[in-house]
Design a protein around this ligand. Structure first.
Ligand code: PGA
Length: 248
């Protein structure tokens, strides 16, 4: 049976106490969940949430990471600090990083390579804006972001990479891509991966869909052949919505 990868990106939400409560509820309600599950709380709660998920089937993820290992980078968080807290996965290239904070493909690529060098798993996010979709450029944008994000990533390292397709217009808007629209882009991304590596390697990469995933649309999205999981924002903040997504 296919094992899906269900990840919760908590973004800039939850104080430490709230994060611990949410993590505790998820650990107890997702015990025995057949899917791979990850949660990415804010940096300030990683330590506390790390203690809660330790020994459980839930992986600890970070939402971002600096492009350098250490030094004079005020306000940044290093890969070494994340590893020290038990983080095993980092989300990179999220559209909010790209569009609000101006992160370029080249900058994201440096982070991807650094995370992989240090043995972290990476979720590389790609996705087009509404203007790009309407101009018929969705596939091209995702192809480009995937290629540039993975530049210099070896075949061996690819096994630690997940791609998350998150159309920018569907994030936090309540508008999700139709399963067929999402599947078309997932297929295109897999084709890009096949071109970069091999058909076989591309088949093994998990490609998540993200953008307004909810308990009532998760099933139809996961039914698509090339959708291997979900990266969930808003609905990841409550056990009532994240648990049914993870257990869909
Ligand atoms: P959303 O966010 O589920 O709230 O749309 C998804 C994401 O940005 O990862």
């Amino acid at each position: 049976m296919r094992k899906y990868y269900m990840a919760g990106n908590w973004k800039m939400n939850t104080t430490k106490g709230e994060a611990v409560d949410l993590a505790k509820a998820l650990v107890s309600q997702l015990k025995g969940c057949a899917q791979k599950v990850m949660i990415a709380p804010p940096f300030t709660s990683l330590d506390a949430v790390g203690q809660v998920v330790k020994g459980s089937n839930i992986l600890l993820g970070a939402q971002n990471m600096a492009a350098e290992e250490k030094g004079a980078h005020t306000g940044e968080i290093s890969v070494l600090m994340l590893k020290d807290l038990g983080v095993s996965v980092v989300i990179l290239g999220h559209s909010e990083r790209r569009h609000i904070y101006g992160e370029s493909d080249a900058f994201i690529n440096r982070k991807v390579k650094l995370a992989l060098q240090h043995g972290l798993d990476v979720i590389l996010c790609v996705g087009e804006t509404l203007d790009e979709r309407e101009a018929g450029k969705a596939e091209r944008i995702c192809d480009e972001q995937t290629k540039k994000g993975l530049e210099g990533v070896s075949l061996a390292q690819l096994s630690k990479v997940t791609i998350a397709y998150e159309p920018v217009w569907a994030i936090g808007t309540g508008k999700n891509a139709t399963p067929a629209d999402a599947e078309a882009i997932h297929q295109a991304i897999r084709k890009t991966l096949a071109g970069l590596y091999s058909v076989d390697a591309a088949k093994k990469v998990q490609i998540q869909y993200g953008g307004s995933v909810k308990p009532d649309n998760v099933k139809e999205l996961m039914a698509m052949a090339d959708i291997d999981g979900a990266l969930v924002g808003g609905a990841a903040l409550k056990p009532e919505s994240f648990v049914p997504i993870a257990l869909f």
